[in-house]
Design a binder for this molecule. Structure first.
Ligand SMILES: NC(=O)C1=CN([C@@H]2O[C@H](COP(=O)(O)OP(=O)(O)OC[C@H]3O[C@@H](n4cnc5c(N)ncnc54)[C@H](OP(=O)(O)O)[C@@H]3O)[C@@H](O)[C@H]2O)C=CC1
Ligand SMILES: O=C(CO)COP(=O)(O)O
Length: 350
């Protein structure tokens, strides 16, 4: 049945966990992997041991390494590949598409080089006639916990409220509660930039600092994410929601987080190259730190924490020195700069 099939593009941890949510909701899922062996494992063994060890997948989830097969008769498509692979995968999809689909993505990153959000990349690569809407799905949601069907909340955001409602209907169930949101910019920026702060949280833990430092990092990290996001056109209140504060809490405090784990190794003195080699999964915060740093410089936005993490990642600064320098900056008012960007945003709206 045409409207009962969803194509999931990207068979890592998140693509696989979201396929489970969709199959629990009764949808046939075609889970596409760019690796033949992995597609065969999903199809024949009903497992994806590398990315979600110990989990058994429903018969409704079919593995394939053929994009045309994944897209055939699907009414919606969920993109869950690393941000740096998004444009290339979309170019491949474009050549196989012959009917309009709802494009949903669950990617928390910014395109390296262009510094574009994922929805911008989708709209550039897929002609309007071949998409019935573009939606981002984001929020505090580790794949490992979703695959155990533990209570989880996310938001689906799109300026097209009908598209967001359709995505909400696809994913909503008793353990996966989905809210709609119209602020796609805020949701994409919050989801991507929290990974930088999660790297910082891991570094603090690696350095042996405690909960005070972590709470400071999360709160002041959110302040600078909001500053940049608001300048890019986001609605300020989005950042205190699930996809802002919510995702910061889960990523900065959970051992499931790859960004936290990578940061933790860096804090303990390991080098970035060896950390990334040992992870075996995507650590989006590293490239996003580069993007956020460049965007902040271009727009003249103060993002001291992002800058410090960028310097640790790419300029060899020791994490302890970065913390010391952050603490020794000039005295500041806590709220005034936020009020300023809020007022600026309100003036733009009127
Ligand atoms: N894991 C989680 O809990 C969550 C993740 N996310 C976001 O989802 C996105 C995907 O992350 P996640 O699933 O965790 O990542 P993983 O590292 O677990 O998996 C990434 C998948 O994408 C594949 N891939 C890599 N490059 C390409 C390419 N060029 N073309 C096609 N496929 C490719 C990988 O294949 P290969 O095996 O060859 O590397 C792998 O199957 C990220 O943006 C992440 O931030 C969002 C919420 C939760
Ligand atoms: O975004 C996530 C949870 O909401 C997953 O974070 P990591 O990519 O750091 O594992």
């Amino acid at each position: 049945m045409m409207d009962k099939k969803i194509a999931v593009i990207g068979a890592g941890s998140w693509g696989t966990a979201l396929s489970m949510v969709l199959s629990d909701n009764g949808y046939n899922v075609s889970l596409w992997s760019h690796r033949k062996l992995q597609a065969e494992e999903i199809q024949n063994q009903h497992t994806n041991e590398k990315y979600l060890p110990g989990v058994v997948l429903s018969n409704l989830i079919k593995g394939t390494d053929r994009l045309d097969e994944a897209l055939k008769d699907a009414s919606a498509l969920l993109l869950v590949v690393p941000a740096k692979a998004m444009r290339d995968v979309l170019k491949q999809i474009r050549t196989k598409l012959n009917h309009p689909l709802l494009f949903i993505h669950g990617v928390k990153g910014i395109e390296p080089g262009s510094f574009k959000r994922m929805s911008e990349v989708i709209m550039e690569e897929i002609p309007e006639s071949l998409r019935s809407g573009v939606v981002v799905l984001s929020g505090p949601s580790h794949a490992e916990e979703v695959s155990l069907r533990h209570p989880t909340t996310v938001a689906v955001a799109s300026p097209n409220s009908q598209a967001a409602k359709t995505a909400q209907d696809l994913f909503f169930n008793h353990y996966f509660r989905v809210y709609t949101n119209e602020d796609m910019i805020g949701v994409e920026i919050g989801g991507a930039l929290k990974n930088i702060i999660a790297l910082g949280a891991g570094m603090l833990d690696g350095l042996g600092y405690g909960d005070n430092a972590k709470a400071a990092l999360i709160t002041r990290g959110l302040a600078e994410i909001s500053r940049l996001g608001t300048k890019l056109g986001a609605y300020p209140l989005t950042f205190i929601g699930l996809t802002g504060m919510g995702d910061l809490i889960v990523t900065c405090t959970s051992v499931h987080s790859r960004n936290w784990r990578a940061g933790n190794m860096l804090g303990k003195g390991q080098k970035l190259d060896e950390v990334l080699k040992s992870m075996g999964m995507v650590v989006e915060g590293v490239r996003t730190a580069e993007a956020a740093h460049a965007l902040a410089e271009g727009l003249n936005i103060e993002m001291p924490i992002t800058t410090a993490i960028y310097q640790v990642l790419f300029e060899g600064k020791h994490p302890k020195t970065a913390v010391d320098e952050l603490m020794d900056r000039d005295k500041k008012d806590e709220i005034a700069p936020l009020t300023h960007s809020l007022n600026e945003r309100m003036e733009q709206k009127h």
